[in-house]
Ligand binder design. Structure first.
Ligand code: R5P
Length: 289
């Protein structure tokens, strides 16, 4: 098996290769003066099962993924599994208003075209796997976040900002060996959220808030303020996908005690790798085939 790493996913691809005992392939990727992308696979992939790893955010990384799929298919490969550590455009997974695109579906169909299987990580909604036209599995980085917290903190409560993410809180708490709960979030608009003053026994606790994505940081900031109002001793924010748009990180660091993320989007808070969990997804797909 050979692993092809796109330029957005080198860290996670290295850990994936380690977990699968597979070899990373040398890839040349560069940009022309007009920012168009050029890729070249530097060794033969004939006869191989190939795993391509590339986050599709921002758009330029999606284009690189499509070119890499094309380059890989130039060889006589046995199979191509495309791993999308962070699937962009997944949050619009249905039509809210007449005339809208369902972006999750559009992306899913496009990346399926040259793949035999897809692995996603903490995709916004598990149902999105149904939009791919080839078998797709979703794995979670939450167990790895839990393992990191066991080693580096003394968390005694794990919470999610809303009920939609409670399965993440549960998954982390199971590894940490502590209680879990969830808050009640209401999204007002793209940058504003409200968290209801739900009492979850935060007083004197070291709490980890976990979510799939941190984008503007509004959700985590509002949740942290609520937990600190309730007397939380320490608040750690952990997510799989650290987008940190609109200067979110300095704002978060002013309020939250510690911020961490997985390597689905490489950034300065990346401390855990989703690679070992992705390896399980790849094996599952290959066993099914
Ligand atoms: C929403 O459903 C997601 O799970 C996250 O809670 C959301 O994307 C976080 O966004 P922000 O950091 O902008 O509040």
């Amino acid at each position: 098996m050979k692993i092809v790493a796109g330029s957005a996913s080198k860290h996670v691809a290295r850990f994936l290769a380690g977990s699968l005992g597979a070899q990373l392939v040398e890839v040349q990727a560069k940009r022309f003066p007009d920012d168009e992308c050029y890729v070249r696979i530097m060794e033969s992939l004939d006869g191989e099962e190939v795993v391509l790893v590339q986050t599709t955010h921002p758009d330029r990384n999606l284009v690189e993924a499509l070119l890499l799929q094309d380059a890989i298919r130039e060889f006589r490969i046995r199979k191509l599994i495309t791993v999308i550590p962070y699937m962009a455009y997944a949050r619009q997974d249905k039509k809210f208003n007449e005339g809208e695109a369902v972006s999750a579906r559009a992306m899913a169909k496009t990346v399926s075209l040259r793949s035999d299987g897809i692995v996603l990580v903490d995709v916004h909604d598990e149902k999105i796997t149904g939009h791919f036209t080839v078998p797709a599995v979703n794995v979670s980085a939450m167990p790895r976040i839990g393992e990191y917290l066991v080693k580096s903190a003394r968390v005694d409560l794990v919470v999610s900002p809303d009920d939609g993410a409670m399965h993440h809180a549960k998954a982390v708490a199971e590894v940490v060996g502590c209680n879990w709960s969830w808050l009640e979030k209401k999204r007002i608009d793209g940058t504003t959220v409200e968290i209801a003053p739900k009492h979850i026994g935060a007083k004197d606790r070291e709490i980890a808030i976990v979510d799939d994505i941190i984008s503007t940081g509004g959700t985590i900031l509002t949740a942290t303020n609520q937990l600190k109002l309730q007397g939380a001793r320490k608040v750690i924010a952990a997510c799989t996908h650290g987008l940190f748009t609109s200067g979110a990180l300095p704002k978060l660091r002013a309020t939250v005690d510690y911020v961490l993320s997985a390597d689905t989007i490489e950034n300065e808070t990346t401390i855990v790798s989703a690679g070992p969990e992705i390896a399980k997804g790849v094996r599952k797909l290959l066993e099914k085939a």
